[in-house]
Ligand binder design. Structure first.
Ligand SMILES: [Mg+2]
Length: 457
């Protein structure tokens, strides 16, 4: 699907010009002739990019942009301001109102198209994360987005072999509260980015000894630096290299002589976008974790267990996986006699015993209500038997108070499953363990049973 671009300008001739140019590139275009119309269309049409005129009656471009960026429904839509005013102070004002870039009329179309491509690409990537984050939130697995994050304490890397230029950039960043580092060569930049998680890379296109565009492309290809915003510093006559840089994945640019304030605002905008992206990602990780972890015991749930076991068995360790299937004896009585809170307390106490008495590389899951499984990679039946016996004894020795002053004896029964031939499935191993558990129950509970066919060594 082609990207949607909203063009906002109070002069119809201007919108028509831009529309003709962008339609030729197969973008879908919508137009607005004032700020209010722009806000309303941004909401209802959800464009991928907004080209925003600055000088408009009533609501001007700055205020329109501020409102777009303050609204959670539109704040993620990139905005490029377009104006006849080329003054640094105007540019700064635009960037400070949240614009992603600021182009001057007459619009240079190659530059505009390069910016559009780059910003739309970024927006699409963020959209993916947003959708997943929204799903997580809809499921109650995640929290609301916080407001605008501070960039204080963020780390930036300035890559420039010109000492004075690098120092000026570092000073500007430091005044923004950002911690700046410096690399004077491509090799140094690669080494530093591998060691430090930067939130921004400022790259000079005027380096004498290395090719900055090759570095840009390496940074984009490398997993560790792939998503770090990349801000280019260029000479005015390096237009073609800037455009090339955008196609390689650069996110922003600034022209020499560098205006300190402009660099600060551009850096701030880029770092905030990175933090927003990080936040979306960690929300997703949290949602994923919550979908796989039992909140009562903190153990993995059955869904995770099956995946984990399948992975282990597929990795060629199939003949060395043991599984313990544990069940709390007469658990229903605990609930019936002392209430469900006491039942939860019993499960938590048993979980603590299991956690404290298994190896670090064993994984424990809450399989069902009062059923637990312990997956023991590399453990033969005999090891599993020793471990199971240890767990059974520890639970039997545990002193448990379901209610204050009331003591109750808890015990567990354990069945052992063992993957003893290739091509067994996790389901088969669990079935063997389950059958052994059944025998332990039938045999009087508070017992450990081996798989039917297994011979203790
Ligand atoms: Mg105007």
């Amino acid at each position: 699907m082609s990207a949607r671009i909203l063009i906002v300008d109070d002069v119809p001739a201007n919108t028509r010009l831009l529309e003709a140019k962008l339609s030729a590139e197969y973008y879908q275009i919508n137009t607005a002739y004032d700020g209010f119309q722009a806000l309303s269309l941004a909401h209802s049409w959800q464009p991928d990019l907004i080209l925003l005129d600055v000088m408009m009656p009533e609501l001007d471009g700055y205020e329109t942009c501020r409102r777009l960026k303050a609204d959670p429904a539109t704040h993620h839509i990139p905005v490029v301001m377009i104006t006849a005013l080329g003054e640094p102070s105007e540019r700064l004002r635009g960037l400070e109102s949240g614009a992603d870039d600021f182009l001057t009329k007459p619009v240079e179309y190659d530059t505009l198209l390069a910016r559009v491509r780059s910003l739309v690409r970024l927006k699409r990537m963020l959209d993916e994360w947003r959708v997943r984050g929204e799903t997580a939130r809809a499921l109650g697995l995640s929290t609301e987005m916080p407001g605008v994050p501070s960039v204080h304490g963020a780390r930036a890397l300035v890559v420039d072999d010109w000492d004075l230029g690098a120092q000026a950039a570092q000073d500007a960043l430091a005044r923004e509260g950002v911690l700046p580092g410096r690399a004077a060569s491509e090799a140094e930049a690669m080494a530093l980015t591998a060691a430090v998680p930067f939130d921004l890379i400022v790259l000079s296109l005027s380096m004498a000894h290395d090719d900055p565009l090759r570095l840009a492309s390496r940074l984009r290809a490398d997993n560790a630096t792939h998503d770090i915003p990349l801000l280019l510093i260029a000479e005015p006559e390096q237009r073609d290299r800037i455009l090339r840089g955008f196609d390689l994945g650069a996110n922003d640019w600034i022209v020499r002589p560098v205006d300190e304030n402009e660099l600060r605002v551009r850096a701030r905008n880029q770092i905030r976008r990175k933090f927003y992206q990080d936040r979306l990602r960690s929300d997703l990780g949290q949602a994923l974790e919550m979908a796989l972890i039992d909140p009562l015991t903190g153990f993995y749930n059955q869904r995770y267990l099956m995946r984990h076991l399948r992975g282990l068995m597929a990795s060629g360790q199939a003949n060395t996986v043991s599984v313990l299937m544990l069940d709390v004896d007469h658990f229903k009585q605990v609930n019936d006699r002392f209430g469900h809170a006491a039942g939860d307390k019993a499960l938590k106490s048993i979980a603590d015993v299991l956690r404290g008495r298994t190896r670090v590389f064993d994984s424990i899951a809450r399989y069902g209500g009062e059923e637990f499984t312990v997956v023991m990679p590399g453990a033969a039946t005999q090891d599993a038997l020793i471990a199971a016996e240890r767990l059974r004894a520890a639970v039997a020795e545990m002193v448990f108070f379901p209610l204050p002053g009331v003591q109750h004896q808890l015990t567990i029964s354990i069945g052992i499953g063992f993957s003893n031939r290739p091509h067994m499935t996790p389901e088969q191993v669990l079935h063997i363990a389950d059958a052994a558990l059944y025998r332990a129950k039938r045999g009087g509970r508070n017992r450990v049973e081996l798989p039917e066919a297994a011979e203790p060594a």
